[in-house]
Design a protein. Sequence first.
Length: 107
Amino acid sequence: MVLNRNLTAGSTALVALLLILMTASAAHAQAPRIDQATLEEPNQKTREVSTAELKRSLANKTAVVLDARPYREFAMSHVPGAQNVAPKRDLDVCFRCKGGRTARRRR
């Protein structure tokens, strides 16, 4: 009788584990790879670019990544190929985007 209960409990646990693994596997198969994922925030004004798209653009030289963080932070970690454009003291920096908006100025 004790042996029978242990087998039943073990079988139930095994079935539950298999169901969990099958569910996780199905969810994983539907999810995009991390380098293809984007945030997909609602009402965005600009198109998101995935890591894979950015890598392709950088390799094809059809994009430039400008990193405006202070040099020390840039030196610790940055997108490979990015250019540090941290503003220097007492230097005006003007940005112009392809989007047609007027240049923005930061001092």
